[in-house]
Design a binder for this molecule. Sequence first.
Ligand SMILES: [Zn+2]
Ligand SMILES: [Zn+2]
Length: 180
Amino acid sequence: MERNRIRIICFPKCSIDEISRVRDTLESQLDIDKSLVTHENIGKLPPAIMINPARNQYISEKILEYIASIYSDRSIVVAIVKYDAYAYYYNFVFGHADPINRVCAVYTPRLESGNRAVYLDRLSKEVLHEVGHVLGLHHCSDRKCVMNFSNNILDVDRKSATFCERCRSLLKTGKLEGYR
Ligand SMILES: [Zn+2]
Ligand SMILES: [Zn+2]
């Protein structure tokens, strides 16, 4: 029952334009009912113990573990975190997903722009990208596809907020079931 539900969790909070843009993107691209997407503001950042003090960044693996420990009903959880993070050997990550636990996170500081429309585009793309991973999609070689890997902000701006035909059909035909 909860499997098709998407929870957007904001640390500490999202503004109305962020939420409406992210919701619109998820609802239209995944073709899911609006009632299955919920959002909430947590009111604070995740516990500071998950920050590496030498880098002043969250350790993304710990963030995903934390979120998975809170929300264990098999709904898809998307954390929007207003703080920088890194994972593995990367200097930083825009986002990160754990398909096994069906959770993902997007870290907003490096997506910011003086132009609000540009920022909202970037945010919606990164959220859709990470949810794509949760649903079992891997990186896509189509440079316009939202599942294309983004190494820097120019890569994010170059791709679209949509799945290419191949990724869309993988989602539709349920060939990704093994990942769920
Ligand atoms: Zn990715
Ligand atoms: Zn694709």
